[in-house]
Design a protein around this ligand. Structure first.
Ligand code: MLT
Length: 404
């Protein structure tokens, strides 16, 4: 008889954002008159910019001719996109990344979830707490997390590193050994960033301990403060201990179009094996490459016109983040993030739990947020709001919360 992956049976409840969607639609069904404002899942709302749309249209036309038709593309991504990435995302910032260290995919979520394929099951995984749930759940699915301890809301074999207001949202080195360490900056969910000194300390730690840092830089384009690292590869030593994930989702509105990429440096080796070669082997076996049309669209953000246009959209969201932060602060809330990030991490009122506050905001302000506890035990006492909404709706949401 066929047997299933027993690790799935250990997963608690549903995926966080599926659960929020479920609660939200139950509320909307019961209150059809409610004008809900979504600030829950970090999904963008502004349309693709004209340069991207034109490039995608032209790519569809390519596929409609026998001369310019494209079938299977390179599993690693087309060179036109990989070269643009190497040039604009890295070389322009003084970082040398070779084209064959860049693997284009259908998004950072897939890559973050799949990267475990090339790692041993007995690696000890360390995550920040609170954390983007994909890192934890994907390791749990593959059997690297042990068992779920419902009482403590923790997996027995995962090392949790509290990242809280008390430690300035920079995790301390764990007391236990940690082989694989997930870091995300600008952080989801807290919206805070790691500075150069903090990131350097982590790179040194990883090199000293033989650990690998999985660095999620999906929100890199939101960084506005000088000196904040945009890539872990700006840090000396990172090439021997880090993998970086990037996304076009929040950068250029590709949450629906789907495109991202992962950088695996050639110096990264463990057990005498090149992780670049292993990831290449994995991708060529299990992935047929991101769509040609979508990659043409992604490449258009590196043209002067495309770059200017996406910058306008990013500024639109940055302004929303400012509105939320300033509005909530004026209403007396303690607020973090928002400056280099589309996420606003807001402390709940004294004595109000994060699911309770989520429900209160849903029912009394008709504003959908994400309860901090959904990101891990140390997210309790917070809710996350996103700046990806319509500007007017964002102003109204803040007004409604203040009125509460
Ligand atoms: C989030 O809300 O945390 C993100 O939208 C999730 C994602 O990008 O997958």
């Amino acid at each position: 008889m066929a047997r299933v992956n027993e690790n799935y049976a250990k997963l608690p409840g549903s995926y966080l954002f599926a659960e929020i969607a479920r609660r939200t639609s139950a509320y909307a069904e019961a209150h059809p008159e409610a004008k809900l404002i979504k600030m829950g899942i970090g999904d963008v709302t502004r349309p693709l910019v004209p340069a991207v749309v034109e490039a995608m249209h032209a790519a569809v036309d390519d596929l409609a001719t026998s001369e310019r038709f494209h079938g299977y593309g390179p599993e690693q991504g087309y060179d036109f996109l990989r070269e643009a990435i190497a040039q604009h995302d890295f070389r322009a910032r003084g970082v040398e990344i070779a084209v064959d260290e860049i693997f284009v995919s259908d998004g950072a979520k897939s890559d973050c979830g799949n990267i475990g394929d090339i790692l041993a099951l007995d690696n000890v995984v360390a995550v920040c707490d609170p954390v983007y749930p994909v890192y934890v759940d994907s390791n749990a699915m593959s059997g690297r997390a042990g068992d779920y301890d419902a009482e403590n809301e923790r997996w027995t074999d995962i090392v949790y590193m509290p990242t809280t207001a008390e430690n300035g949202f920079c995790p301390e080195f764990p007391a236990e050994k940690a082989d694989v360490i997930y870091l995300c900056s600008p952080n989801n969910p807290t919206g805070t960033v790691l500075n150069r000194e903090q990131l350097s300390a982590w790179v040194d730690y990883a090199n000293e301990n033989g650990s690998i840092i999985m660095f999620d830089a999906a929100y890199e384009r939101f960084i506005v403060e000088e000196g904040v690292p945009h890539s872990i590869f700006e840090i000396p030593g990172a090439r021997t201990c880090a993998i970086e994930f990037r996304s076009f989702s929040k950068t250029a509105g590709f949450t629906g179009a789907r495109c991202g990429y992962t950088v695996v440096p050639k110096e990264l080796e463990r057990d005498g094996q090149s992780l670049n070669a292993m990831w290449n082997r994995r991708q060529t076996t299990k992935f047929n490459g991101a769509s040609y049309v979508i990659q043409r669209g992604a490449a258009a953000i590196y043209t002067p016109e495309g770059a200017r246009q996406i910058e306008e959209t990013l500024e639109y969201y940055r302004n929303n983040a400012r509105v939320i932060k300033e509005g909530l602060e004026a209403a007396g809330f303690e607020v973090y993030g928002a400056v280099n990030s589309p996420y606003v991490w807001c402390k709940t009122p004294e004595g109000v739990g994060s699911w309770e506050f989520f429900t209160k905001l849903l029912e009394e302000a008709n504003v959908i947020t994400t309860p901090g506890a959904g990101f891990g035990p140390h997210g309790e006492g917070y809710v996350r709001l996103t700046a990806f909404g319509d500007a007017d709706a964002t102003v109204e949401a803040v007004e409604r919360i203040r009125a509460m």
